[in-house]
Design a protein around this ligand. Structure first.
Ligand code: C2E
Ligand code: CA
Ligand code: CA
Length: 533
């Protein structure tokens, strides 16, 4: 028992270590994957935000061009008053368009809404380009020019910088900075920044090269536009990204704590189960660790030892011998008492053959409980063992305590006892006097032996109230026509008292303690019994 506690403590330490290590490894793995996921998620959010901005810019451009193509013939040759009026109409109604002009390839304005301050055409092999910002005069707002080639002419649409800036504003909270990047020029031509204090977007004048070299540049994303040579560049807001990460990490951590706690709980349960008495008994059964000890019973009339009670012992792995009181009630509760008793009976049969051969009247008494009678298979297996080892029924006795008779399946127990008696086995009511069963009650059971409990035998000569009960118990047994065995006889005085009152069968340390089969064989050959009486 002590050794088991030590093992449990060691296992506990090992379990705590393993659990700690496992939790740590799990923590690292989970955080690694959460980190990966976060990066992916951030990337995804950045892509979505940049995509949204790119779409807005593209839609803005397409929208403007469509409104112009609605009034402009693709085979445009010459300007006329109607076209100019249509252009003016567009400029007037569309807040995104500030001016529209058409130039020929020599940069001569052919047609348009502007009377002053036109820009030169940009020679490019691309059909559609955007350039700027251009500020024509101090009074004019900075403007971008969208240039589309139409045959051998050039259509130029003036778009205010602030219009494009507005289109650059993303709805996603992840962006902190958005810019329009000119690829061939390798420079940002337009950029807006979210204000830290009021979160509003404003025009930014910072040098992008600086921004690009900041650590946050990891959250920088470029998105191509339909507009040739341009890209939308978007920089994530490090603070917002960190906030998202923290959220994911907290969720992961909570899950992890839950998993770790659940794991701890189940490991604890498993370990306690493993080291429980129940588990130890199971292992004991498997390892054949249960064995019999024999306490001889003395017949005072014939002055011989006429039988022995089989007392159960359990030898553990550490060679400790465990007494039945420590485990019988657990074994009965769990039902493990059945295989234990069968193991005990088989071992007894195997080793006591020589005793029974030499002393044919010798009886072996086994202790059984209500469980043995309620479960039908026990008696079947018991009979099978008797047959296998050829042990006659009249050499065998089963003892059942008086308390066990008060079991709810009393009728079944009575029936089994009847069955045993009919087959010539002896059945004794054990610990008689401790169960408060009345004579009329005991009459239901077909016992042929009664064992007076050592409590009463021990009281002989002490003057205690229990001493007086011996006479009435003996009287009761005689009325029931039962053979009486007195248990726990420790002195000559007790023996004399019992003998005087007609008790012939004695069991107790006065004669012998429980012993092994080898000791029993020697004991029977010896002279001890001749000196008694
Ligand atoms: P029990 O059936 O009343 O067994 C007699 C107990 O009294 C034994 O203790 C025995 O060693 C002890 N004893 C015998 N003579 C004397 C004596 O002169 N003085 C004193 N003070 N004690 C004496 P043990 O072996 O520790 O067994 C205790 C109990 O365990 C048994 O009481 C019985 O109820 C149970 N038990 C033992 N073997 C088995 C078994 O195979 N199956 C079941 N179900 N119970 C068993
Ligand atoms: Ca007994
Ligand atoms: Ca007893």
């Amino acid at each position: 028992m002590q050794a088991r506690k030590g093992k449990l403590a060691n296992a506990q330490i090992l379990l705590n270590l393993l659990w700690g290590l496992f939790s740590l490894v799990l923590l690292l793995i989970v955080f690694y994957f959460v980190g990966q996921k976060e990066r992916l998620q951030t990337q995804q959010s950045l892509i979505l935000a940049a995509d949204e901005v790119a779409d807005k810019i593209d839609n803005l451009v397409v929208g403007i061009l469509q409104s112009i193509y609605a009034v402009l013939d693709t085979n445009f040759k010459d300007c006329n008053a109607k076209l100019v009026s249509s252009f003016q109409h567009i400029v007037f109604n569309n807040p995104n368009v500030s001016a529209i002009i058409i130039k020929d390839k020599n940069n001569t304005t052919m047609c348009g809404t502007l009377t002053h301050g036109t820009s030169s055409i940009i020679s490019s092999n691309q059909n559609l380009i955007l350039y700027g910002p251009i500020q024509f005069s101090a009074k004019d707002k900075p403007t971008f020019i969208l240039q589309q080639r139409v045959g051998d002419k050039y259509l130029q649409v003036f778009i205010l910088k602030e219009v494009l800036e507005k289109a650059l504003v993303p709805t996603s909270r992840i962006a902190q900075w958005v810019g329009l990047y000119n690829i061939p020029q390798q420079k940002v031509v337009l950029q807006i920044l979210r204000d830290f204090t009021n979160h509003e977007w404003k025009s930014d004048t910072a040098n992008l090269q600086e921004v690009l070299h900041q650590p946050e540049a990891a959250s920088l994303l470029k998105m191509n536009l339909n507009l040739n040579n341009f890209q939308v560049i978007l920089l994530g807001d490090a603070k917002i990204i960190r906030k998202y990460s923290l959220y994911y990490e907290l969720v992961a951590l909570s899950f992890l704590v839950l998993i770790a706690l659940a794991m701890y709980y189940y490991l604890q349960r498993a370990i306690h189960k493993h080291f429980s008495l129940h588990r130890a008994l199971e292992i004991g059964i498997k390892n054949n660790d249960f064995f019999p000890m024999y306490q001889p019973i003395f017949n005072i009339n014939t002055k011989t030892f006429c039988g022995a009670e089989i007392l159960l012992r359990w030898r553990t792995d550490d060679q400790d011998i465990i007494m039945p009181d420590l485990f019988i009630s657990d074994a009965e509760e769990s039902g493990l008492i059945l295989p234990i008793t069968l193991q005990l009976i088989e071992k007894t049969f195997q080793e006591s053959k020589s005793i029974l051969n030499k002393y044919p009247d010798f009886h072996l008494a086994f202790n059984v409980s209500a469980v043995h009678f309620v479960k039908e298979e026990f008696l079947t297996l018991f009979y099978a063992l008797c047959k296998k080892y050829q042990i006659p029924a009249d050499n065998l006795m089963l003892e059942i305590t008086e308390r066990d008779l008060l079991h709810q399946e009393e009728a079944t127990i009575a029936q089994r006892i009847q069955e045993l008696r009919a087959a010539d086995f002896s059945v004794a009511v054990d610990d008689f006097g401790t169960g408060h069963a009345s004579i009329s009650y005991l009459q239901h059971f077909a016992f042929n032996y009664l064992k007076i409990d050592q409590l009463f035998v021990g009281a002989i000569g002490t003057g205690a109230i229990t001493e007086t009960l011996n006479k009435s118990i003996i009287q009761m047994a005689k009325n029931l026509q039962l053979n009486i065995i007195a248990e726990g006889v420790e002195s000559f005085e007790q023996q004399e008292f019992l003998k005087e009152h007609g008790v012939n069968l004695m069991q107790g340390w006065y004669y012998a303690k429980a012993m092994s089969i080898e000791e029993l064989i020697q004991f029977m050959q010896g002279v001890h019994h001749e000196q008694k009486g």
